[in-house]
Ligand binder design. Structure first.
Ligand code: DP6
Length: 350
């Protein structure tokens, strides 16, 4: 990890700033989960996490400065945002303006290809794309570390979507102060060798989740007697995962990912009141994954804040795994993802 001061990482680009910018980012799926914040305002997590950025479901976001406007205007897939989702985006833009020393409001147009709020990491791709586009539009010249820190403030998991492939997000638990932790909590690429992985995604329900991950996380940390033991065991999961990735051991990667995810869901089931994202079709797909393993195929499941299942396997086995999942859950939309690229600006005239 590197220590950084804002002075080296956050530089307003001088003299002229772009009037607008467009960025694209992809969701990521955590193999060691982020679940629980120790500082909600700074979005500082209770645990380190590690993910794979996908090559499907991109989010494209255009940020155009609107010097005459009194308020930010934000639309998602052509429909204006209002209420809490709008508040989250405008709070994020305020932060960007603070970093840039600027005041102009912005017009933000976001196109999502991932179902929003369904536990398919739409906030990860969303805030990673917004961070990259807004930083450029407001004339901030940020390196990848600073972009990751910025994206984190919009949504924790977005810190990892700044990077392609595998990324580890540092919790910076040993930081002496929140300010130091804020500087040291960012994602960076995690070395992996000799892996050709796929994630078979079973969308068993594309509808928005009943409880937001933000609220579910808060409730779990505050009330679940299983939260602390999971957070402690997650440290071993992270270091075991790094070793497994570095030696390209897909079975070890999968086993760790599956146990970490099931443990996370156990913490939620023990929250008061319980948060249960897993539904009957989720369990049917989990059974199919067990059967695949019994039949000799390396396949391991992970689930986020929703009922949808992502099955990690060798890319060479992905079609067979997808077929087994379709057979088990005929109503599910099943698609195959591979490792994708990090968030980036699209080349276009402002
Ligand atoms: C279950 O990043 O959506 O997907 O920081 O409150 O926006 P906020 O939460 P978010 O939570 C993601 C939780 C998870 C696990 C993970 O991606 O690590």
């Amino acid at each position: 990890m590197r220590d950084e001061s804002p002075a080296t990482s956050v530089r307003p680009r001088q003299p002229e700033a772009a009037a607008g910018a467009t960025a694209v980012a992809h969701p990521n799926i955590a193999l060691v989960k982020y679940w629980g914040k120790r500082d909600e305002q700074l979005v500082l997590p209770c645990v380190d996490s590690l993910s794979m950025t996908l090559d499907v479901f991109p989010t494209t976001t255009r940020v155009l400065l609107a010097p005459e406007a009194a308020d930010d205007q934000v639309s998602l897939d052509g429909a204006p945002l209002a209420g809490e989702p709008l508040g989250r985006v405008t709070a994020f833009l305020e932060l960007v303006r603070e970093w840039a020393g600027r005041r102009e409001r912005a017009v933000v147009d976001t196109r999502n290809t991932v179902p929003t709020g369904a536990g398919l990491a739409s906030s990860a791709s969303g805030f990673a794309a917004l961070a990259v586009a807004a930083a450029a539009a407001y004339g901030l010249d940020l390196d990848a570390t600073a972009l990751s820190r910025l994206a984190r403030r919009g949504s924790g998991s977005a810190s990892r979507s700044v990077f392609g492939g595998f990324a580890v997000w540092h919790a910076a638990l040993d930081a002496a102060t929140p300010t130091e932790a804020d500087l040291r909590s960012f994602a960076e690429p995690a070395p992996a060798h000799g892996l050709d992985p796929a994630l078979v995604i079973a969308v068993v329900n594309a509808g928005p989740k009943s409880v937001s991950s933000r609220e579910a996380m808060r409730r779990t940390v505050d009330t679940s007697p299983l939260y602390r033991p999971w957070a402690i065991s997650s440290r071993d999961d992270l270091s075991d995962m790094r070793t497994a990735l570095a030696r390209g051991d897909l079975d070890a990667v999968g086993e760790i990912a599956e146990r970490n995810a099931l443990g996370m869901h156990a913490t939620m089931l023990a929250a008061r009141p319980a948060v249960r994202y897993l539904s009957p079709p989720t369990l049917t797909v989990l059974d199919a994954v067990l059967q695949l393993r019994r039949d000799g195929t390396s396949a391991y499941a992970t689930m986020d804040a929703g009922p949808n299942v992502k099955v990690l396997c060798h890319r060479a086995d992905a079609d067979r795994v997808a077929q087994a999942v379709r057979g088990a859950a005929p109503q599910a939309r099943v698609l195959v993802a591979g490792p994708g690229q990090g968030a980036r600006l699209l080349d276009e005239a402002a």
